[in-house]
Design a protein around this ligand. Sequence first.
Ligand code: SIN
Ligand code: FE2
Length: 216
Amino acid sequence: MTLDLFADDTRTGSREFLGEGAVVLRQFASPHVDAVFSALHDIEAHAPFRHMVTPGGFRMSVAMTNCGEYGWVSDRRGYRYDANDPLTAHRWPALPEVFLTLARTAAEAAGFPEFIPDACLVNRYGPGTRLSLHQDKNERDFAAPIVSVSLGLPAVFLFGGPQRADKCLRVPLAHGDVVVWGGPVRLHFHGVMPLKAGEHPRTGETRINLTFRKAG
Ligand code: SIN
Ligand code: FE2
């Protein structure tokens, strides 16, 4: 069965505020998805998805790759941004034009003008895959927001507070939705609930998430 929770599109163009500095832009990425998937295809060919290892030695269940000047990596030495893909020893693929445009216009719509990301982490979730609560804090510049684009299967995004134990909002995200957070909530904890199994016409049994950052 195809999960089509938000197919009636009544949410298209709507905004839901998660607090000061954080907003869901429903279906903001929809006009760009064809170009995004075509760019992703090229990125994957040069920098394949892989399961990184946490500093504690655990294999991450989310499969990841990157594009941009910097890529987020994790291994036994820690979390960091690296200009080279450790798998190939080459630079990460460049940020495609459609990614830059999508990130910039979404940030602008959320009240963060002139956002020019230099890093895009691509996460792929399979059935049951979750992303535990964390802060995005390896970036050098916290003045820039995070722009997060959801593709494929729907997921429940958790958006918490400055402390790990703070209560989280549960935000259902569908294919094409974009979340932007920055300013006072830039370092808030967030995560993703275990992905419910399903089938999406664009991504099969997976959800793909792009997060744009200014890392360097
Ligand atoms: C992330 O926090 O890096 C990804 C969030 C998401 O997959 O929605
Ligand atoms: Fe994150």
